[in-house]
Design a protein around this ligand. Structure first.
Ligand SMILES: Cc1cc2nc3c(=O)[nH]c(=O)nc-3n(C[C@H](O)[C@H](O)[C@H](O)COP(=O)(O)OP(=O)(O)OC[C@H]3O[C@@H](n4cnc5c(N)ncnc54)[C@H](O)[C@@H]3O)c2cc1C
Length: 543
């Protein structure tokens, strides 16, 4: 079947279609611990290529042959959502352009590298705040599909809040444009006899009939969340309706995004940065609670284990920043307000707070000195890229988020978990959101370590949920966290998610095996023998 599919696509698409062993192998891994060999790689040149591929696959599905389509950016996904056994549709090769930048928005193709957009926006005095720390090597399509977030999210929010409209190719190849519609415009959409009309009718009915449940199951206790399908923001009390927030965060399981229109905000490169050092988690927690009231543009944390790790493996990295005493926790507090007066006022407020809680802090407005201080937070990369013996830091419990007031319980719970499995802990992340990152060192070629993977994951996700949290603050469900989704939202809400998936994708073509109907036994069989990010080395035809 894959030979036939490739042959048809080669005949009909402008972009390249590959089935070479090298290409298939390259796209058989992403940033996760899983692997899956695809059948065909497609590098679409334009929206017509995407539409033709989807339409062809839909026609095959009507005849009973299912060939999945997985859209892919740079494949940095940490939960296995950029893998698939059918067609991998790779966007960064050709559909990677900035189409338009105007006063307060940008229109881009999904394969654009995030950092390229950000650099261009800076020259216009604007920026897109929810950039992930993988900004240099991930795409806007991936960020939209994952509802990505980062260090600025504490002030500005997640990707969803910045997506104004999308062009989406539906499972049957129809192209739709999403944006907020008035009640009158929605009524018109409902009258359409196309697949788009069917989607609007079914989804509008589903949301109206289940509004109480959707509202009740919304996790209002956490400040960020990338788990599940976002149904709460689709229909508003004024009757307006927008598919955009639902497509954002849906990981290519509802359609393929071919164009993105984003809101941008003013960029101020003049910031004030404070690095504060704590010897006690309670004092740290007290400081974070009060500092949140000053509306910082970043509130980031690293723990002593991470600093010890960096000192051991990369001794020069923190030289002159942290030398003698290793603090229990370091907090980075940033203010990016455009007005010098406001920034200075907020910095003063922060110093007052820190005088009561931290044993030492450094404040600077100087860009070079700030770069030095940011190294403390960015040293997390040392863990991610380091090899310890045969073990590597594996992303299996890397993104849980809990209610703000549970921060200390969360931190202690993580330490207890690492202790239980006799692993060295290291924690970093977004203190302002209680969204912590961590990656235990495991050797996936070792049967004992392999057995631990899902035990650690089960313990961790149970703990996060018991605290009223969510399994993913920003990296999304993918394959890894999909089996926990019924526990995150409850059975009834999960049944709604399943119906949403079925409305958009009745044949199960759009990135199946991600988010919905995923069993742990299934993904256990996909566990890699060796974890690496080799796939990040390029395998792209040139435009
Ligand atoms: C070192 C490291 C640090 C990271 N830090 C962060 C962080 O700070 N915050 C964060 O949120 N994430 C982070 N991530 C996870 C990941 O990098 C981001 O979520 C990123 O936005 C994914 O982009 P990508 O281009 O690699 O997408 P991919 O991995 O290629 O794809 C991700 C998902 O998007 C879907 N997708 C891609 N393109 C399309 C499209 N055109 N239409 C529909 N669906 C599409 C894919 O099917 C998949 O489900 C990190 C990952 C690594 C390895």
């Amino acid at each position: 079947m894959s030979v036939k599919v490739a042959h048809y696509l080669q005949q009909h698409l402008r972009g390249e279609v590959m089935t070479s062993r090298d290409a298939l192998k390259y796209f058989s891994t992403d940033g996760s611990v899983f692997e899956q060999m695809p059948a065909v790689i497609v590098y679409p040149r334009n929206t017509a290529d995407v539409r033709k591929s989807c339409r062809f696959v839909w026609q095959l599905a009507e005849k009973g042959h299912i060939v999945p389509i997985t859209a892919r950016g740079k494949g940095t996904d940490q939960a296995g959502a950029a893998l698939g056994k059918g067609i991998i549709m790779v966007f960064p090769a050709h559909m990677n352009k900035i189409l338009e930048i105007d006063k307060n928005s940008a229109t881009v193709q999904p394969g654009l590298i995030y950092a390229k957009l950000e650099q261009t926006l800076h020259t216009h005095g604007r920026f897109l705040p929810p950039y992930p720390s993988s900004i240099e090597f991930s795409t806007l399509g991936g960020a939209v599909a994952n509802n990505a977030a980062g260090e600025k999210t504490v002030k500005y929010g997640q990707t969803r809040e910045f997506v104004k409209s999308l062009n989406v190719v539906l499972a049957n190849g129809e192209l739709i444009s999403t944006k907020r519609l008035t009640a009158k415009q929605l009524a018109k959409k409902r009258e359409l006899t196309t697949f788009e009309g069917e989607i609007y009718r079914s989804l509008d009915d589903l949301i109206s009939e289940n509004w109480g449940l959707i509202n009740e199951k919304q996790n209002k206790k956490v400040s960020k969340n990338s788990s599940g399908y976002d149904l709460i923001d689709v229909k508003r009390s004024d009757g307006s309706f927008d598919l955009t927030p639902l497509i954002v965060g849906s990981q290519g399981t509802l359609g393929v995004v071919t164009q993105i229109n984003l809101k941008t905000v003013p960029y101020n490169p003049k910031t004030s940065l404070i690095a504060a050092f704590f010897d006690d988690v309670h004092k740290f927690e007290g400081a974070v609670s009060e500092l949140l009231g000053t509306e910082p543009s970043a509130l980031e944390v690293v723990d002593d284990n991470l600093l010890e790790f960096v000192k051991k493996h990369n001794p020069n990295q923190l030289k002159g920043i942290i030398d003698e005493k290793i603090p229990k926790l370091v907090l980075l507090v940033e203010y990016d307000n455009a007005s010098d007066r406001v920034r200075s006022k907020k910095t003063k407020q922060a110093k007052k707070i820190l005088n009561r809680y931290s044993y030492e802090y450094q404040v600077t407005s100087d860009i070079d000195e700030q770069e030095q201080l940011w190294k403390i937070r960015h040293s997390a990369a040392a863990v991610i890229w380091q090899v310890v013996g045969k073990a590597k830091a594996v992303p299996i419990i890397e993104d849980g988020v809990v209610p703000r007031e549970r921060f200390i319980d969360y931190l202690n719970g993580v330490y207890a978990l690492y202790n239980k499995y006799k692993l060295d802990a290291a924690v970093w992340g977004h203190a302002g959101d209680s969204n912590l990152h961590m990656q235990p060192f495991l050797d996936l070629s070792n049967p004992e370590d392999r057995k631990k993977v899902f035990k650690i994951a089960d313990d961790y996700y149970r703990m996060v949920l018991e605290m009223g949290g969510s399994t993913s603050g920003e990296h999304n469900d993918g394959r890894l966290r999909a089996p926990y989704l019924p526990f995150v939202y409850g059975k009834e809400m999960y049944a709604l998610f399943r119906r949403v998936k079925n409305i958009f994708d009745p044949y199960g073509i759009m990135n199946p095996g991600v988010k919905i109907d995923v069993r742990q036994s299934e993904i256990a069989g996909m566990l890699r023998q060796e974890y690496s990010m080799e796939h990040l080395y390029d395998h792209m035809p040139r435009s």
